[in-house]
Write a protein that binds this ligand. Structure first.
Ligand code: FES
Length: 178
């Protein structure tokens, strides 16, 4: 057996103290409340993730363990679901969130050109993200239920339909100026 050096022991004690203090931070308290309220319902993971993101604006990496423990799942399982759905964020969003639909009906009506244009206009990579300065987050969404009025997008929760590159520009300008 290899014994820890005094420095290693001090580090471990410091880490334990840090994680105990972390457990009392408001976002841990909020997540524990959400988990305890919803854990018993069938298929609780998605409703919990939605509520956590609604409450905190994103799902901090450090609360994944709280959710996993509450549902008797592994952290990898919870992480897998968070990364599978584009709707969930592991980082805080910008002040405004622009969600551009990239599902079939919108694609058929030109949403890919709109998406690429929005990435370019905001100086973001092809997968979107948060523009420098934190003003606006661009993220894909897969159907907003507005297929009959494709292509569609949502700015700060408000739907916009029958869009074009020019109208996406106008939405971006409005968000950046607000
Ligand atoms: S495919 Fe875009 S709203 Fe349905």
């Amino acid at each position: 057996m290899v014994l820890a050096t005094p420095d290693e022991l001090r580090d471990r004690i410091r880490q334990l103290g840090k994680s105990a203090a972390q457990q009392n931070e408001p976002h841990f308290v909020a997540v524990r409340e959400i988990v305890s309220r919803l854990a018993a319902q069938e298929g609780a993971l998605l409703p919990i993730l939605h509520e956590v993101q609604h409450a905190l604006g994103f799902i901090p990496k450090e609360v994944v363990g709280v959710i996993a423990d509450g549902l008797n799942l592994s952290r990898a399982e919870v992480h897998g679901v968070i990364t599978y759905y584009h709707h969930f964020r592991s980082e805080p969003a910008g002040r405004h969130v622009l969600e551009v639909c990239r599902a079939e009906s919108c694609q058929a009506m030109g949403s890919e050109a709109m998406w690429q244009h929005a990435c370019y206009a905001l100086g973001l990579p092809a997968e979107g993200g948060t523009a420098s300065g934190g003003g606006i987050t661009l993220q894909p969404v897969y159907c907003l239920g507005l297929c009959a009025m494709s292509p569609a997008a949502m700015l700060d929760g408000k739907p916009h339909a029958r869009l074009s590159v020019q109208r996406i520009d106008a939405l971006i300008d409005r968000a950046v100026e607000a």
